[in-house]
Each structure stands twice: as structure tokens, then as C-alpha cells.
Write a protein that binds this ligand. Structure first.
Ligand code: PLP
Length: 370
């Protein structure tokens, strides 16, 4: 990325040589990302992140119907990231012609294909189901759901938020996911910089832009490109492809499972949320009875372990995770759930360290309970 900050900073839309150098870098990155997703480079639209990609997918597909005053149905799920949920809710408030169904996942955090089929309507035009959930790692039967949607009505477009899957699971938009029309990803979830993302838009899909301005990204995303960010995302995609082709995912799953099994054995009254479903290799979501995850998170941070807890609401007060509540956990159970994420760089020694620290911290917190 560095040369594109310091040496080559020509505008990729400019005709001069400096601009043409950065244009070539942007197009090279587009090819690298297309190779990871197994799609055509022209089907990639660079965005400022996963949030923008999700918003562009939903508004870009639905707005043309809504502006023509046509009744339209969006089928999505209760466990989506807020980039999808709040975009859907905002459009619902704005347009009375829009009907949205939010499907509830099972207690294992997955969407049931039979319930999904039953929720499809004659005027369903878009479905948006995430590929892997960000809090539990639960992987959805997306290939099957997309097929069911197309069988119901070939006019239905299928969007997936693959922010937590890109670079962690193999994604084949020409094979298993050939019925997926739009796919969002985010740079910082695949070792590229923050504030960078992309939306795959299958050739032929009509998409209204969110921003008005220049004709960038084939008229789908106006604005001068973030060249260093795009270069970083392209290179991260190439590294991800190599990692996925090797045994990286199996090694990571092994580390995650060792952490999980070790914690389950060492901490009584602990369960894994979505334990019995296919999950991304890097995520575990643990419920420790009688412990507030927020207090646990703070204590772990002091001990050098960075963990996370559901979602923090805008007011600063912590709300129980909407994902865990949708899976049927009680608010108290959701509040006692902690998410631990591993990375490609996580080592055996770090797992040993976590296994030495976390049980002791949980025991201490439990002993402080009134
Ligand atoms: N979708 C999912 C599933 C996410 O986990 C995130 C980020 O945490 C986003 C969307 C938003 O992506 P970004 O932070 O790049 O806007």
C-alpha cells in the first residue's frame, strides 16, 4: 500500500501517466478479489466497508421498485448485522409499499430452509441472509436458500452479507453460490485496512447507486477510489486465497476447538452457543453461567486478552445481543455470553495463555457475586 500513499497518488480517473499507474493498481486489485470470489472483475464494486456494501445492496435493489410505487417484499433474518437490519427498518419506515419479513433462526443460530420457503411471497424481490453470523460464527445453508428463492421466482435477487466469511470460508460464486446475486465483504475482517470493502454485483443485475457524482465503478459507486485501501484489499484477497488453498482453516479450527474444549473442561456451567452447527473456524461464543460478560471482558482486557460481547448500543448502555436473543436465549443468558475470535496469526502458546487466564478470571468473578 505504501507506494500509493507516498509515490503514486495520481487520480485513477486521470488520463496522465500517474493516474494510469494507479488505475492499473486498482484493476489489479479487482482481479485479485475476483479470483478469491470466483467471479468476473467487472462484478466487483469497491466501497468504504461492509456497511456501505450492505446498504448499497438493499437500497440499490429495492429503491427502483419503491420509487415506481410497486409493492415489494424483502425476506431477511433477525440475526443480520445492523448494517442490514437498520437499512431494512429505515426503508420500511420510509416506504409503505415495502414489506419486510425478519426470519428467526433456530436455537442453533441457523435459518431453517422450510421456514424460509414458507415465508417467500408472490412479491418477494430480494432476500438478504448472511453467510456466517458475526457473533456465533454459525454458517447458513445459503446455497440451498438461494436455490429455493430462485425456484420460487427467478426474479428474486439474493444478497448475502459475507463480511465474516470472506477469507475464512471458500466462496465460489460460479459454483456453490451461483444463485447469489450480491455479496458484501469488508476489508478489516480479512486483514486488509479498515474503511474498505466491496460489493459483488452479478452481471446483469440492476442496481441504483446510493451516491450521485462521477461515473466511477461502472456508475454504481460515485467518488474517487481509495487507492491504497483497494490495493490492500486486493493483496489481502490473494493471501486469503493461498491460505484457503492450504491447510490454514483446518489448523485454525483445531486451535479454536482446543480453546473451546479446554474452557468447557475448566469452567463448570459453561456452554458454547451454536455448538452443534457448522461455524467459521475462528469464532467461539461461550456462555458462562452466573458471570456478566461485560465484567468478564473488562477483567480479561486487564489480563491482556481482548474479547468481545454482543453489541454495544448507541447510548453507551450495553444491550444483550440481538443475535443471541433471536436464538431464544434469555436476556440473562445473552448477557453472560462472551465471544472469542482467533486469527490466522494465533499461536498454540496464545491458546495456552488464554486457557491459563480465563478460568481463573471467571472463578474470581464468580467468587465476588453477592
Ligand atoms: N456485516 C457484518 C456481519 C459485520 O460483522 C460487520 C462488521 O463488524 C459489518 C457488516 C460492517 O462492516 P464494516 O465495519 O466494514 O462497515
Amino acid at each position: 500500500m505504501q507506494p500509493y500513499f507516498l509515490e503514486s497518488f495520481g487520480n485513477p480517473s486521470s488520463a496522465h501517466q500517474s493516474g494510469q499507474r494507479t488505475r492499473a493498481a486498482v484493476e489489479h486489485a479487482r482481479k485479485q478479489l475476483a479470483a478469491l470470489l470466483r467471479c468476473m472483475p467487472r462484478e466487483i464494486v469497491f466501497t468504504s466497508g461492509g456497511t456501505e456494501a450492505d446498504n448499497l445492496a438493499l437500497t440499490g435493489v429495492l429503491q427502483p421498485y419503491l420509487l415506481r410505487n410497486e409493492a415489494v417484499h424483502l425476506l431477511t433474518t433477525e440475526m443480520e448485522h445492523h448494517a442490514v437490519l437498520y437499512a431494512a427498518q429505515a426503508m420500511e419506515r420510509q416506504y409503505h409499499q415495502l414489506e419486510v419479513t425478519y426470519l428467526r433462526p433456530t436455537t442453533e443460530g441457523v435459518i431453517d430452509p422450510a421456514e424460509f420457503s414458507a415465508a417467500l411471497r408472490p412479491h418477494t424481490r430480494l432476500i438478504s441472509v448472511m453467510l456466517a453470523n458475526n457473533e456465533t460464527g454459525a454458517v447458513q445453508p445459503l446455497g440451498k436458500l438461494a436455490r429455493l428463492a430462485k425456484q420460487h421466482d427467478p426474479r428474486i435477487l439474493v444478497h448475502t452479507d459475507a463480511v465474516q466469511s470472506a477469507g475464512k470460508l471458500p466462496l465460489d460464486l460460479g459454483g456453490e453460490f451461483k444463485n447469489v446475486d450480491l455479496l458484501s465483504l469488508s476489508g478489516h475482517k480479512m486483514y486488509a485496512p479498515q474503511g474498505m470493502g466491496a460489493l459483488f454485483v452479478r452481471k446483469g443485475v440492476e442496481l441504483a447507486p446510493m451516491f450521485y457524482g462521477g461515473p466511477h465503478e461502472r456508475q454504481r459507486r460515485a467518488g474517487t477510489e481509495n487507492v491504497p485501501g483497494i490495493v490492500g484489499l486486493g493483496y489481502a484477497a490473494e493471501l486469503a486465497r493461498v491460505w484457503l488453498d492450504g491447510d490454514g482453516a483446518a489448523t485454525l479450527t483445531g486451535l479454536r476447538d482446543r480453546l473451546e474444549q479446554g474452557l468447557l473442561a475448566a469452567i463448570p456451567g459453561t456452554q458454547v452457543n451454536a455448538a452443534h452447527t457448522a461455524r467459521t473456524p475462528n469464532t467461539t461464543n461461550l456462555r458462562c453461567e452466573g458471570v456478566e460478560a461485560e465484567a468478564l471482558l473488562i477483567a480479561l482486557d486487564l489480563a491482556g486478552i481482548a474479547a468481545s460481547f454482543g453489541a454495544a448500543c448507541q447510548s453507551g448502555a450495553t444491550e444483550p445481543s440481538h443475535v443471541l436473543l433471536a436464538m431464544g436465549l434469555t436476556p440473562a443468558e445473552a448477557r453472560s455470553s462472551l465471544r472469542l475470535s482467533l486469527s490466522r496469526l494465533t499461536t498454540d502458546a496464545e491458546i495456552d495463555h488464554a486457557l491459563a487466564i480465563i478460568p481463573a478470571v471467571v472463578e474470581r468473578l464468580r467468587s465476588l457475586r453477592p
